[in-house]
Design a protein around this ligand. Structure first.
Ligand code: SF4
Ligand code: SF4
Length: 372
């Protein structure tokens, strides 16, 4: 990374303006429907200045704080996933020509440039994991086109919610790579780091000043404090083998008794990529669209294979989710699929906590009578 520079608070608008001049659509955090969401912004006035969040298992609330800061909250309900891997996407379309023959039409990938401001370290780590799947494993052209046009402005976390545990997965709260620019927020402005040639090109258009050692120290201390504030953590052991040794653990049934199989956890998870494909035909039968839509370990259809449901019970679906996320991701993508963002804990309507469940299954002694 290059030398850190300082950008006065109101000059953040020059970053948006520079990105617009380069042809980027710009998304930033905005408070809408009582949650922080990435929406289109042309002005820094839309940023959530003076807002913070209060998160707990099954709970998300925003509240006002007496602060000029725009990034004094931890995470919104969604990371970058919906902007690169759309919840519903047309892959191709079909129509009948005048002779009644089927004609297949290609859906062109979306190549528009997109800049996202305010990306957290955990969400950058999730982006890297989605890259491993969509870019390298399945070489998806739709994701690839959007990913190529993505400009990331990260913000190091100076605040952790009670559900965050990125320090335990090694993915935060400081963003270390994968960004074009990274900001550390101070009361009067931002420290700016560059992480790519594109970021350096944009930085030349900003009224940057030399950062003082006091500013650099204050920003670093805030990130350390955010890490220290986290009290949840996954078991430190290598979870893959332990989880697969404990497939008959009674805790799977216990958590299933509480789990609604609603799929919220997989919808908000920034690394979950499971999807279903189906054809949506017009009533007259003259046209149809082939769609890809988000699916979930928890949906009945996702477990339906060749006329047989391979995971009819909730405990099997929860087990599938956790053993894939924390276990077989290591085989497929070289690391755990969890980046510690805590969203699945916050947005679970009954407050099921992946760290609590993983610790109950992996660190406690196996009850007598079980055969791990
Ligand atoms: S499993 Fe939960 S904490 Fe981990 S990345 Fe997904 S939503 Fe975040
Ligand atoms: S763990 Fe929570 S969010 Fe996930 S399916 Fe069960 S009830 Fe829904």
């Amino acid at each position: 990374m290059d030398d850190t520079r300082f950008l006065p608070r109101q000059a953040l608008q020059t970053l948006l303006d520079a990105l617009h001049r380069q042809g980027y659509r710009t998304l930033g955090p905005v408070v809408q429907d009582a949650v922080v969401q990435y929406l289109d912004i042309d002005s820094i006035d839309r940023l959530p200045s003076g807002w913070t969040d209060d998160q707990a298992p099954g709970r998300y609330r925003l509240s006002r704080v007496d602060s000029p800061r725009c990034f004094a909250w931890a995470t919104g309900a969604q990371a970058l996933k919906p902007h690169l891997f759309h919840a519903r996407e047309v892959l191709w379309n079909t129509r009948r020509d005048d002779a009644g023959k089927l004609v297949f039409g290609e859906q062109e990938p979306d190549v528009r440039r997109l800049a996202v401001i305010g990306v957290r370290a955990c969400d950058l780590a999730a982006l890297e994991l989605q890259d491993r799947h969509f870019l390298h494993a399945i070489k998806d052209p739709y994701y690839g086109a959007k990913r190529q046009g993505l400009f990331v402005v990260a913000v190091h976390c100076a605040y952790s919610a009670d559900t965050c545990f990125c320090a335990s997965t090694g993915d935060g709260p400081r963003a270390t790579h994968g960004f074009d620019l990274a900001l550390s927020e101070l009361d009067d402005g931002y420290l700016v780091e560059t992480g790519s040639d594109r970021g350096r090109a944009i930085a030349t258009q900003l009224p940057l000043q030399s950062a003082t050692s006091t500013q650099v120290h204050e920003a670093a201390a805030a990130i350390t404090e955010a890490a220290n504030r986290q009290f949840r953590q996954l078991p430190s052991t290598h979870l893959r083998d332990v989880l697969f040794d404990r497939l008959q653990h009674p805790r799977w049934e216990e958590v299933a008794a509480r789990c609604l199989a609603c799929g919220n956890c997989t919808s908000v998870c920034p690394t979950c990529f499971c999807h279903a494909e189906h054809d949506d035909a017009a009533l007259g039968g003259s046209t149809s669209q082939h769609l890809r839509e988000w699916d979930s370990c928890f949906s009945e259809g996702h477990a339906y294979l060749h006329g047989f449901n391979v995971r009819p019970d909730t405990h099997q679906r929860y087990r599938q989710w956790m053993t894939h996320k924390l276990g077989s991701w290591h085989d497929q993508y070289g690391r755990s699929g969890c980046v510690g963002c805590g969203r699945c804990i916050t947005w679970c309507p009954v407050g099921i906590d992946i760290t609590e469940e993983a610790n109950a299954i992996c660190t406690a002694d196996v009850p007598q009578g079980e055969s791990p």
